[in-house]
Design a binder for this molecule. Structure first.
Ligand SMILES: [Zn+2]
Length: 456
């Protein structure tokens, strides 16, 4: 995804938080809340424009790209609907209770009114802009409760005090510190949450690094140039940031062999909370959730000093294909994915979807079709992505109801994904909309189709 102008979709995180909350209900482990907190601050919180209120669909990881926001009267994507819920739910998992156990999961300023117990708990904090939080009790009568305070995975030197005095900080096997006592009005619990900065590389260990302070993902704002479609119109692809991509080789390259050494050289800017200076860079690091209406860096390419030239070459090469392909694409469909398919008027009979090597596909014993938008009537050919493992692969391909080709790929072609391109007949070139249909040959079925592109 580092190359793509698309990226994590806000609905994904919305749904993952629902799932996480359900798992937590079954088994209240701090691991779930660590995930929840990370997703809440870094994705959900970042996904609404603080001035105009619009919602974000994709959050590209591509260096120096940007996000677009919905407008009240112009679009109603899935991420607008779930987006409205998202920002009404910050109170959802701060606290939880079971019998006489009260769980403090998140460090968000709030007031808990626990009517059945006659307990009011007020949490005061500017977290993550300060490394501590305060809880104060107001009770109808002295009440015995076991307070379970989450010890976050990122906090080294976590400490809990009650009325200014240290208490034992033994942690249970679920990652919570338990303080079991009779609480009186005026009792104060202070929780110390020291944060450190860490580096995280991509799971495939390729030379990309991101920085996290406590649970907060850090990023740099890198300018407001070419923010085409920043506030989306009602066009079908309005939710994708379509402004020019900045070449990867022009992204700030961190020259350091080891990400751990990079972290050691990151310095906090004095007098400003959550602002850091990255060595050799003019831009500052700050929480990603603060960055709006701007291009940004989350993942940084890095290299050892002696490999600088080779690393730049590698970045150039990785861009070539993406930039060339995007330039020549008129319309595209990620087949087997809900939103792209519904955006393209999917229809079909006896058809199903699946996933192979992490890529979605659609296949059929009957047929399926999509409507492609031939913007400026620029489309000249159709590119279909197939996979070598699926040979033999046969389907009949129709344009606007006319058979274009009986496709037969009998033998395995190489390894992995490959593409086949079919020229559009002249009549189809003059059409603004192209109906593309894949039909299984009689008594057979189409193999998986992974992507469809209308090319210039
Ligand atoms: Zn969505």
């Amino acid at each position: 995804m580092v190359n793509s102008v698309e990226g994590p979709e806000t609905c994904n995180s919305y749904n993952m938080l629902k799932l996480t909350e359900d798992l937590y209900r079954r088994q209240p482990s701090s691991e779930y809340v660590d995930y929840y907190e990370r997703t809440l601050y870094n994705h959900i919180l970042s996904s609404q424009n603080p001035d105009k209120g619009g919602f974000v669909y994709f959050t590209p990881m591509r260096p120096q790209h940007y996000r677009v926001y919905s407008q009240p009267q112009e679009g109603f994507w899935c991420c607008v609907g779930s987006g409205m819920e998202n920002h009404g739910k910050y109170g959802q998992l701060i606290y939880a209770h079971h019998q006489s156990n009260l769980f403090i999961n998140l460090f968000i300023p709030s007031v808990l009114n626990w009517k059945e117990k006659g307990v009011t708990l007020t949490q005061q904090t500017r977290f993550p802009e300060e490394e501590q939080t305060q809880l104060s009790f107001k009770v109808a009568k002295p009440t015995r409760l076991a307070l379970h305070v989450r010890q976050p995975v990122w906090s080294k030197g976590f400490q809990v005090k009650v009325n200014g005095k240290s208490v034992s900080t033994s942690v249970d096997d679920k990652g919570f510190v338990i303080i079991d006592r009779t609480w009186k009005t005026g009792d104060q619990v202070s929780i110390n949450l020291p944060m450190t900065t860490t580096a995280e590389v991509l799971p495939d260990s390729s030379a990309w690094v991101s920085f996290v302070h406590g649970p907060i993902v850090l990023a740099s704002a890198t300018g407001q140039q070419n923010l085409t479609g920043l506030y989306a119109d009602d066009s079908r692809m309005g939710h994708i940031a379509s402004g020019a991509m900045t070449p990867l080789a022009q992204a700030p390259l961190l020259v350091q062999a080891n990400p751990k050494d990079l972290v050691a050289s990151i310095k906090p800017i004095s007098g400003q909370s959550l602002r850091f200076r990255l060595p050799g860079q003019t831009t500052e690091l700050q929480p990603f959730y603060q960055i709006h209406d701007s291009r940004y860096m989350i993942y940084w390419p890095y290299t050892a000093p002696e490999n600088q030239k080779a690393r730049l070459k590698e970045l150039e090469k990785s861009d070539e294909l993406t930039l060339k392909m995007e330039k020549s694409t008129v319309d595209k469909i990620a087949t087997g994915e809900q939103q792209p398919e519904s955006d393209h008027g999917f229809q079909g009979e006896q058809t199903e979807i699946g996933v192979h090597e992490d890529v979605h596909f659609r296949r059929a014993k009957g047929w399926f079709s999509y409507s492609l938008k031939n913007k400026n009537q620029a489309g000249r050919s159709l590119q279909v992505t197939l996979h070598a493992d699926d040979a033999p692969q046969r389907f009949n391909l129709y344009f606007n109801g006319i058979l274009l080709e009986k496709v037969q790929v009998e033998k395995k072609e190489g390894n992995g994904f490959f593409t086949k391109t079919y020229a559009l007949p002249e009549a189809a070139q003059k059409s603004d909309t192209l109906l593309i249909k894949f039909e299984a040959p009689a008594g057979s079925e189409t193999g998986p189709i992974y992507e469809i592109r209308l090319l210039k």
